[in-house]
Design a protein around this ligand. Sequence first.
Ligand code: ADP
Ligand code: SF4
Length: 685
Amino acid sequence: MSRYPRYDILFEPVKIGPKTARNRFYQVPHCNGMGHRYPSSLAAMRGVKAEGGWAVVSTEEVEIHPSTDVTPYNEGRLWDDRDMPYHKHVVDAIHAHNSLAAIELTHSGHHAYNGYSREPALGVVDEPIVDPLPVYARAMDRSDIKAFRKWHRDAALRARDCGYDLIYIYCGHGLDVRQQFLSRRFNTRSDEYGGSLENRVRLLRETMEDTLEAVGHDCAVPIRFAVDEMMGEDGLTCENEGRDVVEMLAEMPDLWDVNVSDWDNDSLTSRFGDSGFQDAFTGFVKQVTSKPVVGVGRYTSPDAMVSLIKRGALDMIGAARPSIADPFLPKKIEEGRIEDIRECIGCNICVTGDMTAVPIRCTQNPTMGEEWRRDWHPERIAAKGSDANVLVIGGGPAGLEAARALGQRGYETVLAEAGASLGGRVNRESGLPGLTQWGRVRDYREYQIQQMGAVETYLESRLSVDDVLGFGARHIAVATGASWRRDTIGRTHKYSLPGLNEARVFCPDDIMDGVQLEGTALVYDDEHFYMGGLVAEALVKQGVAVTLVTTASEVSSFTHNTLEQHRIQKTLLEMGVEIVTTHSLSSLSAGHVRIACGYTGREKEIAAENVVLVTAMTPSATLYKELQARQEDWGDAGIQSVTAIGDCLAPGTIAAAVWSGHRYARTLDAPEQEGVWFKREIVGV
Ligand code: ADP
Ligand code: SF4
């Protein structure tokens, strides 16, 4: 039970078929960029979730056969018995903390490229696969369907023998063949698996029957179902066939895990939607079934969770991202440590790991993905290794996280910030359209630091090299950040372009600092993450007519990896932003710029009273360099080390800055390590 009785309801057990979850916290399946390639890392990460109090901890999607090989993405794999030891390892890590282990068995159908297995892809009909590759899926005939049912049944039996407690029937995110069969827009078959909804749902029903029959006595069999594909009448909606399917299968599964589809809708970023936005779509499910219902919505507030349970919207609080940002969220609620929750900011940096096939990372939780290979626990950290005191210069995400973790270790730490408030770039960026929740990166750390006797904070304290030498700290962490360039140098140009001094030139720092423009502006995006699109949006909101020129073939192209690109381009187009792709700047002049086609070099002129360069960040490392230049004075000043961290070392994401600050704090006074000092997944080692 919780320290606060009003949260007791969240800690009631829930019966799921033959199993009982010890509370209502349910980590739904989520990808993590580790999958079958990094088994020890994955098991440790899932184990930490269980330790943090999630009563059910699920895998990511798990391929059941070589015909659903989603290489190069790193997902789970249970093709045959040889994959079982890996899964047993995951299950053991979850069971070690008395949580239930759930597995999401998947066949990706026309989403599987099969690049590794080289099996022909399978689909509902003959069609190109979804990814733009020269690969076609062939329509599954009766023997393929029979084979698929056997693969699924065999995988379910193996999963049971690995110790999984819940064995999913997956029908969501557009990523499973059963959802593809269900969908009118894909399924134009004329056999008993096409046509009426009864026919289109057949494969889903059959695999559920098979699974219940094979493992239903030993394991719970939940369904993960997208009730709405968010595309109106072209797809399933919660008012027509999405609802009909729930009614048809209402009492069959042991639990309904419901959401919206595709993944970009389910994992909507905070820039485009609020926490709880799915309630309007999934709310009906509990009226239709007596089985427990799980739903997601980036829930981090225990009061909102209690309200969902009390008003009968959900039985269990599902979470992927909130459990990544804070694996100990349930424990903290149980112990009444609400202020200690590290709330997800909805940025989808976690998704970029999966999308770029590298282990997961998280803006709020620098230990995510590092549990095994670096032995980083999200809550525990080694006590300080000496009585040294530390001066952290700069209160952005790197400095804040360094100071917080140093304080946690017990180091006497001073955090000096030049500005009037803590937060650095987080303050500035969270003022951009839709990014308010990013402020949680600052809020969590500022609160934690305030609670620590070991950390003192000084605002409006811009330190010079002499200030630092006279300070009396043994270790200095320089976290002075980075600034946006104003000289056209970036990915494309390694030199300043002609006419730079004639034009009215700005950079994102100016816009974030509140500079108001008038008339027309050309936003030049040579960086390709979120900043170019956001600056354009902010300027339109100021009443400026904006042309966005980008060297990429789309606006904010890296945001494909945060599942946002199409929303950003749509927003800008709807706001009236003129978009010019695959062009670079070639020269500037008062009132005009010339741009050149990336292929032909052909130039054209665009009228623009203002130019905003979103080209590159450059480290604000003057203080660091000055300190390095004064090394002969360190001895007298009692200084043992001076280290640049965060954007001052190398500009990047906020997640990278937080991680850098955390690494500094973790490794201070650790013995010098040579070579690769994190564990790697090497056979035989
Ligand atoms: P990071 O992302 O690496 O944390 P930020 O740019 O967000 O970097 O933050 C850097 C912070 O450092 C800013 O808040 C800035 O005001 C502060 N800062 C820069 N130079 C100094 C200095 N000489 N003394 C104290 N604070 C500084
Ligand atoms: Fe949340 Fe961002 Fe962390 Fe993902 S990376 S869990 S969206 S804070």
